[in-house]
Design a protein around this ligand. Structure first.
Ligand code: ATP
Ligand code: TZE
Ligand code: MG
Length: 274
């Protein structure tokens, strides 16, 4: 099956203006995320200029969604109570029109993860879904079971799966990896920045998802918000790579780079077709 792929032609100023707005507005980003990365993603949000709040008690999630600029749901470390909270938060995001990004960590690895991912997506369509190629393939199979998304996982298959998913949900799907693809029903944008060291630290994917949350908090075009977030990740990754000696120092320099990155440098260094 072939899809017409049109390239979005954002001006670099569109991408850099999203970062500018994150820095000036400091959007409140509500995260229900996993306990492996909770600290890392909160620090990344602060470094880029957003304001994180991590809240998962079901007694408060609706209130926190209501005052937030965006919602991030990441299902990295699931348990039943957290799932209840995730579903409540998704429902409230829908009711209050709060933009919502979903990270389906490990979907397909267990029946439980698959069931939870499906429930979350059915409760409220995420404006953006961000996962690695195998997670996006697993989700695409789930929602398009008869459409022949098969098991080999080269990039072209993942793009096809993501396109089916984006069509079905009418949203934006991001496949992260050495090249990031930001996909809607009829567009495929690429970001070609970043470092292999990013795959050697836990939670860089979760951090990418949190930054999508920050960008969605200031930019209502979800495709542009996702392109900007992946550009910020990639360019900060390039900057950290130049200074670091391995995963430990990379992580330190990555936060410094997120903090230091200006809209001007972002538009100068981003490698994209967007
Ligand atoms: N080889 C690479 N070269 C450049 N950038 C990379 C590379 N691998 C990963 N990245 C970047 O790292 C970030 C995380 O992407 P990745 O696909 O590794 O997420 P993930 O598998 O969900 O990670 P995690 O589950 O550990 O959070 C993205 O911004 C992506 O662009
Ligand atoms: C390692 C790990 N396990 C569950 S969540 C998580 C963080 C990266 O997604
Ligand atoms: Mg991940």
């Amino acid at each position: 099956m072939f899809y017409k792929i049109t390239e979005y032609n954002y001006l670099m100023s569109n991408i850099s203006s999203v970062l500018e707005q994150v820095k000036t507005k400091g959007p409140l980003v509500h995260n229900i995320t996993n306990y492996v990365v909770m600290n890392n993603t909160a620090n990344a949000l602060l470094a880029v200029g957003a304001s994180p709040v991590m809240a998962h008690a079901k007694e408060e999630v609706k209130d926190i969604v209501t005052i937030s600029s965006s919602l991030v749901i990441n299902m990295g470390t699931l348990s039943e109570k957290w799932v209840e909270s995730m579903l409540m938060a998704a429902e409230q995001a829908k009711a209050t029109n709060t933009p919502f990004v979903f990270d389906p960590v490990g979907v397909g690895a267990s029946a439980y993860r698959t069931e939870v991912a499906q429930k979350i997506i059915e409760t409220a369509t995420p404006n953006v879904i961000r996962g690695n190629a195998s997670e996006i393939m697993a989700l695409a199979k789930l929602t398009n079971s008869t459409k022949g998304v098969d098991s080999t996982m080269d990039t072209q298959d993942a793009i096809e799966g993501a396109t089916l998913l984006a069509k079905k949900l009418n949203n934006t799907v991001v496949i992260s990896g050495a090249i990031d693809y930001i996909i809607t029903a009829d567009t495929v944008s690429k970001i070609e920045n970043g470092s292999p060291l990013m795959a050697k630290i836990t939670g860089m994917g979760c951090t990418a998802t949190a930054l999508v949350g920050a960008c969605l908090g200031v930019e209502e075009n979800a495709h542009l918000a996702a392109v900007a977030a992946m550009a910020i990740m990639g360019v900060a990754g390039d900057m950290a790579d130049e200074k670091s000696a391995g995963p430990g120092s990379f992580q330190m320099y990555f936060y410094d780079s997120l903090h230091e990155l200006s809209p001007e440098v972002l538009s100068e260094k981003v490698k994209t077709n967007a």
